[in-house]
Write a new protein. Sequence first.
Length: 116
Amino acid sequence: QVQLVESGGGLVQAGGSLRLSCGASRSIPSIATMAWYRQVPGKQREFVATIRSGGTTNYADSVKGRFTISRDNAKNTVYLQMNNLKPEDTAVYYCYVHWNPAYDYWGQGTQVTVSS
């Protein structure tokens, strides 16, 4: 079993920046895909960004050019650097880790609130 713990959320003004971190309770295989999702109350959880084992990244259109996902395999940690934040980025952000055949883990979430 793997526990994921996010940190770095908070309240920030529009145009500001935050850096989210997500650490695992034990070693994560380097082949794992790591990702960030977010959810607003009453809406489905949505994809934000993902980083694969080889470093390939993918982003939701709404965050391209503003958010950067990265990972440190030695620290079993994934990061999300969020710049030029907008009020519509307000959500609970969750990290997600997956590797085959069927290992899926979610963090408990961290609140990000962007004021206008």
